[in-house]
Structures are given as structure tokens and as C-alpha cells.
Design a protein around this ligand. Structure first.
Ligand code: NIG
Length: 421
């Protein structure tokens, strides 16, 4: 074996996530007690006991990191973010805490379209400057891959602008960003009363322009009474798919509106939110093997009930992914640890299921076979935690424990954190 470039040793355990979502989550995490991890050429090259390291695996050039008895796992993957935006909506937060609902605020001219106004007014440079600290906060949680949606541009120029910002951020931050076109996030103000014209703009102009520049991997639609109908979503997602964009859906968040059934029909990669999913919707998702993306921070933030039925979703056999949904309206939070805590407290997942959902489950939802796992040949993305067990993460509610983050074999973040848990 050529010498390793990086070796992590002195761990409580290494979670390699080599199992499948169909088995018990504790087994799927595949814990390796006291193991060490070696990286070469930016990829995992060794996982095992130090005594099993081949001769010459470590030389003077190998960077050796001491995990100080903490556990090690793959970088977190955030499968649902809206982290590119301008402006903020703290006044809406206040209004909701006094009883106004998300929909009432949207109807009064706030909500998504207010962020659209601010985002349209911002330059590409402004948006990069505003988004970079959000990416940095995700990284501080241990996130090494994040999906990012457009959806605050809602015209050709501004949707392209948002996705170009994502492309620029990819070069600036050590977090791999996976772009999703969400031009069907809301009907923009200038199309009020002319929604069919906006659907045509999405299909005839925005989607082709984005595909021409290769700016997105996925196409998403907010399917909701207040946003786009199932029929409109079907047309937009079909047009996107013809251009190579894989469907994802904001499904059954505020009302049960047939979005999960559409996700199944379209063979979508994911159905996200699912607070209101029906039994029939759940069966359809399970039959079509669609990943359920849970974003409980937004359920909390909007003071909504119920939370998505994570326990039933898991028991129906779906793969589950867990995201922060960071955005200015429904989840102003880049806190993966909080999302994991809520997934346990409110969606009914176990700690192991929540950890799977934030790592391997999320990577699979993005089609990333080599992420969210630490098998030989996988991406050299890992997190060294300041606690000995993954169970501590949802339990220590909202507190991040990523002490050192490694991306493609390079240390990209170190934080002074005392050992705990
Ligand atoms: O995923 N539900 C739609 N989209 C976002 C909220 C966006 C906003 O309010 O600005 C979500 O929760």
C-alpha cells in the first residue's frame, strides 16, 4: 500500500454507514469500535484497527489526527436548503409568534415573494457574500455536501443568477453544493392572474436556459394550493426530466394535495416535507422507492402541527433523508444537530435513524453513491466529533459537536471543543 496522506486514530468508533435503509438502523450505521480511518488521493483507503495497517501505510508525510476518543463518521449531507437569498423576514417570525399563519402572511404580500423582491435587487456578488457565511455555518456542523435550490428569482435572469451563485460558491467553500432549479416555488407578483403564462415561462424559457448552462442537477416544484397544482407540477417536472433534470418535490407540507402520489408517478428522487402525507400517499412513495426528506426545523419554525410522520414513513420501508431547509421564511437555521434532535423528538425516529438520514440517506437522495459513507473508495469526507457516540448529537439538542471536518482528504475546519458525552 502507498503511504496514506491522512490517518485518523484514537476513535471511540467509526461509523461507516455500509448498511442499507432496509435493515435496523443501528446495524446499517456499521460501527467499528476503536477503528482508524486512512485517506489517500482524497478517498477512503483504509478502515480498520491500527494493528491491521499494512506496513509503510504511515510515513513522515502522513498527517495523523488524534480523535481524542470521539467518534468519527462521514460528512453530513444536507438534502434540502434554500441558502442563496437576500433580505430577511424576522418580522414574519414575530407575526407568527402572535398567531398569524405562514399562508396569511404570504397572502398579505410577505412570504416567498418578499424574498424574491430582495433577491432580484441583489447582485450576484451580493448573493455570494450573503450565502458564504451560511455555507460556513453548515460546515461548522459537519456538513460536507449540501443541495441548494433556486426559487427566489422566478424569472429567467434571476433564476440563472441564483444558480450561477451556487456555482461560484462551489469554488469558494469546501462544501460540495448540488444545485436544484426551483423556478416553480411561487407564482411571481407580475404574473398574478396569469399563472398559466408563468408555467409556460418555466417550461419554455427558464428550464431550457438553465439546462443549456448546465446549472442544475434537479428540478423541484412546490406543490401546494397556494403555489402550483399537481397538473402544473407534472408539466414542469416532465419538461425538466426531458432536459435531464431529476424531479424532487415539496410535497404535502401545508395540505394533503396529491403531491406524494405525483412524486411516485414521476419517479422523483425525493418528496420533501410530508407533514400532511396521507396513508395512500405514503404507500405510493414506498412502492415507487422515493426518498422522504424530513425538514422538521421548518415545522417547528412555522409553529405547525403535525410533524411529518417519520415513524410511519420509516416503518413503510422508505429511505429517509434529513435536512435543515435553511431559508429566510420557514427555517432560519443551519443547525443539523437541531434537525436531528427534532427528527427524534417530533418525527419519531431513533438516534440511529436520524443519523442515517443526515448522512447516507441524504447522499442517496442526491444520487451520490460515494458520499455519506466511509467505505474504501468513498469520498474522503469525514467528521471527528467531540463526543463518543452519535446518540449524543440529537440528545444534546441543537449543539454541534463537529470538532474537525475533513473534505476530500483535507482538513477544512477545526474547532476547539471540549470532549463530552
Ligand atoms: O421548503 N415551502 C416552500 N419553500 C420553503 C420556504 C421558503 C420561504 O418561505 O421562503 C420551504 O419551507
Amino acid at each position: 500500500m502507498d503511504a496514506l496522506e491522512l490517518l485518523v486514530r484514537n476513535t471511540s468508533e467509526v461509523l461507516t454507514l455500509e448498511g442499507s435503509h432496509r435493515e435496523r438502523a443501528e446495524t446499517a450505521l456499521t460501527p467499528r469500535a476503536g477503528a482508524c480511518v486512512g485517506i489517500r488521493h482524497g478517498r477512503i483507503a483504509f478502515v480498520g484497527q491500527e494493528s491491521e495497517l499494512p506496513p509503510n501505510a504511515v510515513n513522515l508525510q502522513t498527517q495523523v489526527l488524534d480523535a481524542e476518543g470521539g467518534f468519527v463518521g462521514p460528512g453530513f449531507v444536507d438534502p434540502h436548503t434554500h441558502l442563496v437569498f437576500a433580505g430577511e423576514r424576522s418580522a414574519e417570525f414575530d407575526l407568527r409568534n402572535q398567531g398569524a399563519t405562514y399562508l396569511e402572511i404570504a397572502k398579505a404580500g410577505g412570504g416567498i415573494v418578499s424574498t424574491v423582491r430582495a433577491t432580484r435587487a441583489a447582485s450576484e456578488d451580493d448573493l455570494v457574500r450573503l450565502a458564504l457565511p451560511r455555507v460556513q455555518r453548515l460546515l461548522a456542523q459537519g456538513v460536507t455536501v449540501a443541495e441548494v435550490k433556486s426559487g427566489y428569482g422566478l424569472d429567467v435572469e434571476n433564476e440563472l443568477k441564483m444558480l450561477r451563485v451556487v456555482r461560484r460558491l462551489r469554488a469558494l467553500a469546501p462544501v460540495e453544493l448540488v444545485p436544484t432549479l426551483l423556478c416553480a416555488h411561487a407564482v411571481p407578483e407580475e404574473y398574478r392572474g396569469r399563472r398559466e403564462d408563468y408555467v409556460r415561462l418555466c417550461i419554455d424559457e427558464i428550464l431550457p436556459a438553465v439546462a443549456r448552462e448546465g446549472l442544475a442537477r434537479f428540478c423541484d416544484v412546490f406543490v401546494e394550493d397556494s403555489a402550483f397544482t399537481v397538473d402544473e407540477a407534472r408539466r414542469i417536472l416532465t419538461a425538466g426530466r426531458a432536459l435531464g433534470l431529476v424531479p424532487r418535490l415539496h410535497a404535502d407540507q401545508l395540505t394533503a394535495c396529491g403531491a406524494s402520489e405525483l412524486a411516485a408517478e414521476m419517479g422523483a428522487a425525493t418528496a420533501d416535507h410530508l407533514e400532511q402525507v396521507t396513508d395512500a400517499g405514503l404507500r405510493a412513495l414506498a412502492d415507487a422507492n422515493v426518498t422522504a426528506v424530513l425538514v422538521p426545523t421548518s415545522t417547528l419554525f412555522l409553529r405547525m402541527r403535525p410533524y411529518a410522520p417519520g415513524r410511519r414513513i420509516r416503518d413503510a420501508g422508505l429511505n429517509i433523508a434529513l435536512g435543515t431547509n435553511v431559508n429566510p421564511g420557514s427555517a432560519m437555521s443551519e443547525n443539523t444537530a437541531l434537525a436531528m434532535g427534532l427528527a427524534c423528538l417530533e418525527n419519531g425516529l431513533t438516534a440511529a435513524e436520524a443519523y442515517w438520514a443526515a448522512t447516507r440517506g441524504a447522499a442517496l437522495s442526491l444520487g451520490l453513491q460515494r458520499n455519506g459513507r466511509l467505505a474504501v473508495g468513498d469520498a474522503g469526507d469525514l467528521v471527528m466529533f467531540s463526543c463518543a457516540s452519535y446518540r449524543h448529537l440529537p440528545y444534546h439538542l441543537g449543539v454541534g459537536h463537529a470538532r474537525t471536518v475533513v473534505k476530500s482528504g483535507r482538513v477544512v475546519l477545526r474547532q476547539e471543543l471540549n470532549s463530552c458525552g
